[in-house]
Design a protein around this ligand. Structure first.
Ligand code: F6R
Length: 247
């Protein structure tokens, strides 16, 4: 059963999500934390950095695994997800860089990189809590509509919708610059996390969130495949919740 918390705006979502994560770390300092990139979690990372500065949370023993990375971008490319994570969170807290994992976009053998990523997650004991966003087309990580429920970390093609959403000037300003492929954790990889925390903010996410939570699970909306997870929390703002069935 999913727990849905609706807050006024994105700032409140960021504060609540950061408090949720910090509380999990404080309960288990060796937490294995799954992370996402994109606009949605940026505020949450800012809040986590603030909580760290004020002495309210330490990442010293935390291990992290990110969802995805663009194929072809190295960690020093400003649009790579490794770069994003360093800038938004890792460089601002006391995490051991060796305990942070983002699939490598420049691995010589991307398929082997994906298999190794799954093995690294298993070797860490699995993910305790995975922070997630949702795409306007219902994607989670780069699991685009049609992704199999039993999918694992693999190389995928980005859809035109996702390329358009990511070239609106927030990250890339021209669609031609967005890589066409990515390495992504699969739906099964994500579902195996012991807890999931999905964030959604803004009206652009309202239809996807409605589809993900109020309709029967379907491959057309990858996020809907997470519905049956036994520990799923959604924190969203009023705009993203505007099409949700009353609960
Ligand atoms: C990125 C990821 C994606 C984003 C989604 C929403 O690691 O997993 O699924 O969560 O594309 O992106 P934003 O937050 O930019 O709207």
């Amino acid at each position: 059963m999913a727990i849905v918390q609706v807050l006024k705006n994105a700032q409140e979502v960021a504060r609540a999500a950061a408090a949720f994560i910090a509380q999990r770390i404080n309960a288990n300092p060796k937490l294995v934390l799954g992370l996402a990139t994109g606009s949605t979690p940026q505020g949450t990372y800012g809040e986590l950095a603030r909580l760290h500065r004020s002495g309210n949370v330490s990442f010293a023993a935390v291990t992290t695994f990110n969802l995805d990375e663009y194929l072809g971008l190295g960690g020093d490319h400003p649009q790579s997800y490794r770069f994003f994570m360093n800038e938004n969170l890792f460089n601002k807290v006391d995490i051991d860089p060796a305990k942070t994992h983002v699939p490598s976009g420049v691995a010589r053998d991307p398929a082997a990189e994906c298999a190794n990523y799954e093995q690294a997650i298993s070797a860490a004991g699995g993910v305790d809590l995975w922070l997630l966003g949702i795409g306007q087309n219902g994607h989670v990580a780069f699991n685009e509509p049609g992704s199999a429920a039993d999918s694992r970390t693999r190389v995928v093609d980005l859809t035109e919708d996702t390329i358009a959403a990511n070239s609106d000037g927030r990250f890339f300003s021209r669609a031609e610059d967005v890589p066409r492929k990515a390495l992504t954790a699969g739906i099964a990889t994500i579902r195996e996390a012991r807890s999931l925390l999905l964030l959604a903010t803004g009206e652009k996410k309202a239809a996807a969130l409605h589809h993900a939570l109020d309709q029967p699970p379907t491959l057309d909306c990858p996020a809907s495949l997470l519905q049956a997870h036994r520990d799923l929390t959604i924190i969203c703002d009023e705009a993203a919740a505007s099409q949700l069935r009353a609960r």
